[in-house]
Write a protein that binds this ligand. Structure first.
Ligand code: GDP
Length: 295
């Protein structure tokens, strides 16, 4: 992940640093190269453009070019802008409310929602929270059973399955059950679709209206690059997201999804999925990721 982007940017920075003096034209040339590197890593065009404009302005607008180590200064400006684009801080789950807190996961089919629901529930359990999971996915055959199996593996309770019940009804029952049984957190795994469609969005909104989640987390597959960005845009326009979880960060994604998510949704990336195992999830650390990209 990020390997090719990191290499490209490294080359640009080496050239900048190796020069004693820098002109405005040198900075503009370097930033054009940065822009191409970002686009090749699948960063969304408006995001790459805004990033480069911001860095260029900071680099030529101040006394950077007259400083003793202009190349070094420009690299620092890029680093800071990258951290800002990604973060800037690690974002926690906001579930400190009168229980039960509701955490709803949304996203396309196959993005990793069900797995991530179980991963998060396991994480919360480790933190001493009493969590319950419920699957609202009545579309995909055996989706509810899949969550039940994951519940057994993680020793986290799941809402008993009632065949034929629709998502809003399941959400109501889950909430009531979580309240009565004194759960701290209720995790709602919602139905995905192959593509964004209005029926899916309407269902998300109806479930959110009923369950009033503290967190609505969009789960996106980082391997899908530009598509991940488009999906995030569609969801964030229609559902009040509170954060993003990027899955398959263990794969060889070019990194564009990670770099674009915050700008496109206006919400933080809260976690990264880094494998199929149920403990393969990490809080997303913008500074560490920026550090990895810039070497
Ligand atoms: P859903 O349709 O959105 O509920 O997706 P699933 O949770 O069923 O996940 C689809 C596939 O992706 C499963 O085989 C998961 O094991 C796998 N998966 C989910 N998250 C990750 C991840 O972070 N890394 C890897 N390598 N695989 C993942």
């Amino acid at each position: 992940m990020f390997d090719s982007l990191s290499e490209r940017l490294g080359g640009v920075f080496d050239r900048l640093r190796s020069r004693g003096a820098l002109t405005e034209a040198d900075v503009r040339t370097a930033m054009r190269e940065v822009r191409v590197a970002l686009l090749e890593a699948d960063v969304a065009l408006p995001v790459a453009r805004k990033f480069v404009d911001q860095v260029t302005e900071a680099a030529i607008g101040q006394n950077v070019l007259r400083s003793v180590t202009p190349g070094q200064q420009v690299v620092k400006i890029v680093h800071d802008a990258l951290v800002e684009m990604l973060g800037p801080d690690t974002a926690e789950l906001e579930i400190d409310v009168t229980p039960p807190a509701v955490v709803m996961l949304v996203g396309l089919q196959g993005s990793g929602k069900t797995t991530t629901t179980a991963k998060l529930a396991k994480l919360l359990k480790k933190q001493g929270k009493k969590a319950m999971m419920a699957s609202l996915d009545v579309n995909r055959p055996a989706a509810q059973e899949q969550l039940e199996v994951l519940g057994t593996q993680t020793e986290v309770n799941t809402l008993p399955i009632v065949k034929g019940q629709q998502p809003v009804e399941i959400a109501k029952r889950a909430l009531q059950s979580a309240k009565l049984q004194g759960y701290d957190v209720l995790m709602l795994d919602t139905a995905g679709r192959l593509h964004v469609d209005q029926a899916l969005m309407d269902e998300m909104k109806a479930v959110a209206d009923i369950s009033k989640p503290q967190e609505i987390l969009l789960v996106v597959d980082s391997l899908t690059g530009q598509d991940a960005v488009n999906v995030a845009q569609s969801f964030s326009e229609q559902v009040p997201l509170t954060g993003v979880i990027l899955t398959r960060m263990d794969g060889d994604a070019r990194g564009g999804a990670a770099l674009s998510m915050r700008s496109v949704t206006g919400k933080p990336i809260k976690f990264a999925g880094v494998g199929e195992k149920l403990d393969a999830i990490e809080p997303f650390h913008p500074k560490r990721v920026a550090g990895r990209i810039l070497g």
